[in-house]
Design a protein around this ligand. Structure first.
Ligand SMILES: Nc1ncnc2c1ncn2[C@@H]1O[C@H](COP(=O)(O)OP(=O)(O)O)[C@@H](O)[C@H]1O
Ligand SMILES: O=C(O)C1=C[C@@H](OP(=O)(O)O)[C@@H](O)[C@H](O)C1
Ligand SMILES: [Mg+2]
Length: 175
């Protein structure tokens, strides 16, 4: 139990908070999407276009299975929490924090981003339905839910760090 995972829907702030949290706690930071891009030499849209979504999901599971580092922050991709086996790995190897952002805010942040292939292919209604469908999986996987509405990235990061320090003595051996 010595990693910190950030989970949640696209645009909830996993990558941005993860980077800041790694500075604050002085722990290395890994962004799953970036690691997959580095390992494959392809962008996320290229992987989806050339190999399909299932292939990308397998890469996410392989990343979680093969990852060996401890004492670090990991920002996951928004879909990585959907497979049961991924949920198990995350809960068993770290503290899982769900960044819970309201859908209208999420949509405002992601709807024009060309790097998220699922958004590029879908309507707002479809993405909202996906958000609803995934919500329970995030809640069930997380040890802690952080509501991000009306909070700045700095406030969210500080709150996440506070939770890590609070739980350290209980079940999380980050020393
Ligand atoms: N609480 C917040 N306040 C303001 N901007 C935010 C907040 N959370 C995320 N953002 C911004 O939204 C965009 C998407 O965030 P990102 O970290 O890439 O999300 P994710 O990795 O969860 O998909 C980034 O430009 C980020 O800076
Ligand atoms: O929700 C998803 O299915 C995805 C989220 C993305 O990561 P972010 O959550 O960082 O945008 C990325 O893994 C890919 O585009 C698929
Ligand atoms: Mg991200």
């Amino acid at each position: 139990m010595n990693r910190i995972y950030l989970i949640g829907f696209m645009g909830c702030g996993k990558s941005a908070v993860g980077r800041r949290l790694s500075f604050l706690l002085k722990l290395p930071f890994y962004d799953m999407d970036k690691e997959i891009v580095r390992q494959t030499g392809k962008t996320i849209p290229e992987i989806f276009e050339q190999h399909g979504e299932k292939y990308f999901r397998d890469l996410e599971t392989q990343f979680l299975q093969n990852f060996k580092n401890d004492y670090c922050i990991i920002s996951t991709g928004g879909g990585a929490t959907m497979r049961k086996e991924n949920q198990k790995i995350m809960r068993n190897t770290g503290l899982v924090m769900f960044l819970d952002a309201p859908f209208r805010e999420i949509w405002r942040r992601i709807h024009r981003d060309p790097n998220r292939p699922i958004v590029r292919q879908s309507t707002r209604e479809e993405i909202e339905a996906l958000h609803k469908a995934r919500y329970r999986g995030y809640k069930q996987t997380a040890h802690i839910t952080i509501r991000t509405e009306f909070r700045t990235l700095r406030q969210i990061t500080q709150y996440a760090a506070f939770q890590v320090n609070r739980l350290k003595s209980e079940r999380f051996d980050l020393n």
